[in-house]
Design a protein around this ligand. Structure first.
Ligand code: SF4
Ligand code: SF4
Length: 456
C-alpha cells in the first residue's frame, strides 16, 4: 500500500549560522540603505508638503516636486512596465540578485534575524534555547525578541500608512490614540504582515508563495549569473585536518564541513546543484571562502558564476536576450523621461451642457454652455485667460474670460460661449477652447468640443 503523505509538511525552523564576508557586508549595506529609505522618506518635506505622499482621498500623488492626478495613470502603468522589463533584464544578466539583496522579503527578514540574534544569541544558542524547557531565561529572551519584533512591525505599519496620510499629522494621532478606523486597520494589517512574513514565514515565502521563483527559469540561460559549487574542483569531498591536508587521498577541495549549508537562509545544500530555493544571497560563498582561506586553498569553490563558465566555455554578457531587454528598457526609460519633462502643467477638460443644445439670447446671439475642468498639476497658482476658436464671431462671456486655478488644484467653471448667427454658419461645428497662463507664455492647455447653431 502506498504511504500516505499530508498536503502540508511542517518545516523545521531554519537557524542560519552567522557569516562574515564581502557579500554579507554588501547584503547588510543594502538592507540598511533600503530600510533607511523606507523609514526616512515620508519625513522629508518638499515645497511645504510631504515629499512623497499618495493622497488617495484627494486622488493625488505627490512625488517630490511632481503632482500626479488620476489622468496621469499612464505614467504609473509605464513605470510598472519598466519595472517588469527591468526585472527580466536584471534576471537574464545577474540571476536572482534582486532576491538576495533587494527584495522586501529579504531585507525585512534580515532585520528580524538581527533582532532575534540580539535577544537570543548566535545560532547554536538559539537552537539550544528552542530545545530547552521554559525557564525564566527562555521567557525573558523570547519575550525580548517578541517586544523587538512587535515594536518594529508596528513602526513599519505606521510608516506604511504615513505614505498615504501625512505622516506628521498621523504621528500625534497615534500618540493620542485618535487615528481613524481605516488608518488603524492598515497600520495593524501591515504590521501583522511584516511580523508574519519576516518573523515567522521567512524563507517559506520565497519557496512557496513567491511567483518570481517559479518563472525565473524562463528568464535564465547558460550565461545568467548563479551561485554554484564547482563540482569538478570540490569532488570527491572529504573531511581532513588542515595539518595533514589530503593525506595522499584522492580528494577534491571540499572538506565537507557543511558550513555552506549551515549559513544558507533557505536551508539548501548548494553542492547538490542549482535549486529554485536559492536566492543567490552568496552567504555560502562567504562561508566557503573563509574555509578555503583557512585551508590555504584558492577561494571560489562556491562562487558567482554561469553555467557556461562552469563548463569551461566563455560567458557572454551581450547576447540576444540581454540586448533586447536592455534596448527595450532604455527606450522605455527615455520615453518616460521625455514624457515627464514635457508634461503639461495645465490640463483642460470640456463637457457640453447636456440640457440644451443652444439658447437664443435677447440680443439675437446663440449661446452654448460648457463645463470646463482645469487641473493645475504644478506647484504654483496660474491666472489664466480663456479663449475659443473655430468659428467666426465666437466669443466667451466676460464672466469666465479670466480666472485663477490654485497650485495642485482643480477648478470647475461654467463657460458661456456666444456666436452671431448672421456671421456663423448654421449647424454643428468643431471648436477649440484654449487657456493661456498669464504667468508664463508657454503654459497653455487646449480641449475640443462642438458649438451648435439653429438650422433654419
Ligand atoms: S563550505 Fe565549502 S568546503 Fe565546506 S562543505 Fe561547503 S563547499 Fe565544502
Ligand atoms: S545556496 Fe547559497 S546563495 Fe543560495 S540561498 Fe543558500 S546561501 Fe544563499
Amino acid at each position: 500500500m502506498d504511504a500516505q503523505q499530508g498536503l502540508y509538511v511542517s518545516a523545521e525552523k531554519i537557524h542560519a549560522r552567522e557569516v562574515d564576508g564581502r557579500f554579507d557586508r554588501l547584503r547588510s549595506a543594502s538592507t540598511i540603505l533600503l530600510l533607511g529609505l523606507y523609514y526616512v522618506l515620508p519625513w522629508f518635506t518638499w515645497d511645504d508638503r510631504q515629499a512623497v505622499l499618495f493622497d488617495l482621498p484627494a486622488r493625488r500623488f505627490y512625488i517630490f516636486g511632481l503632482t500626479f492626478w488620476p489622468q496621469d495613470f499612464i505614467y504609473m502603468a509605464w513605470l510598472l512596465i519598466i519595472a517588469g522589463v527591468g526585472l527580466f533584464f536584471v534576471t537574464a544578466l545577474a540571476g536572482r540578485l534582486w532576491c538576495g539583496y533587494a527584495c522586501p522579503q529579504t531585507v525585512w527578514t534580515n532585520a528580524f534575524v538581527w533582532m532575534e540574534r540580539l535577544a537570543e544569541g548566535n545560532r547554536s544558542k538559539r537552537i539550544k534555547l528552542d530545545k530547552a524547557p521554559w525557564t525564566a531565561e527562555k521567557i525573558l529572551r523570547k519575550g525580548a525578541k517578541q517586544v523587538l519584533w512587535i515594536s518594529f512591525a508596528l513602526w513599519t505599519g505606521f510608516i506604511f500608512v504615513g505614505y498615504f496620510t501625512p505622516v506628521r499629522e498621523l504621528a500625534p494621532e497615534i500618540i493620542s490614540f485618535s487615528t481613524g478606523g481605516w488608518e488603524t486597520f492598515w497600520i495593524l494589517f501591515y504590521s501583522f504582515a511584516t511580523y508574519g512574513n519576516a518573523g515567522f514565514m521567512r524563507e517559506q515565502v520565497c519557496k512557496y508563495m513567491c511567483p518570481y521563483a517559479r518563472f525565473q527559469s524562463a528568464m535564465f540561460d547558460r550565461d545568467s549569473l548563479i551561485v554554484s559549487y564547482d563540482t569538478l574542483r570540490g569532488e570527491p569531498r572529504g573531511s581532513r585536518s588542515r595539518k595533514n591536508g589530503k593525506g595522499g587521498r584522492e580528494l577534491g577541495d571540499c572538506i565537507d564541513c557543511t558550513l555552506c549549508v549551515q549559513v544558507c537562509p533557505t536551508g539548501i545544500d548548494i553542492r547538490e546543484g542549482l535549486q529554485y530555493e536559492c536566492i543567490a544571497c552568496a552567504a555560502c560563498v562567504d562561508a566557503c571562502d573563509s574555509v578555503m582561506d583557512k585551508m590555504g586553498y584558492p577561494r571560489g569553490l562556491v562562487r558567482y558564476t554561469t553555467e557556461n563558465a562552469l563548463a569551461g566555455n566563455k560567458s557572454r554578457i551581450l547576447r540576444p536576450r540581454t540586448a533586447i531587454y536592455g534596448a527595450l528598457l532604455l527606450v522605455l526609460l527615455l520615453g518616460l523621461a521625455a514624457a515627464l519633462s514635457n508634461r503639461q502643467e495645465l490640463r483642460l477638460d470640456v463637457m457640453r451642457d447636456r440640457n440644451a443644445l443652444y439658447r437664443e439670447l435677447s440680443d439675437g446671439n446663440i449661446e452654448n454652455v460648457y463645463t470646463l475642468r482645469l487641473t493645475n498639476k504644478s506647484d504654483r497658482d496660474h491666472q489664466v485667460t480663456l479663449s475659443v476658436s473655430g468659428l467666426p464671431g465666437l466669443i466667451v462671456d466676460d464672466a469666465t474670460r479670466r480666472f485663477t486655478v490654485r497650485a495642485g488644484d482643480l477648478t470647475t467653471i461654467a463657460a458661456r460661449v456666444h456666436a452671431d448667427p448672421d456671421v456663423a454658419p448654421e449647424g454643428g461645428h468643431a471648436i477649440s477652447f484654449t487657456v493661456q497662463s498669464e504667468n508664463a507664455a508657454d503654459i497653455t492647455a487646449e480641449s475640443k468640443s462642438r458649438f451648435f447653431l439653429p438650422i433654419e
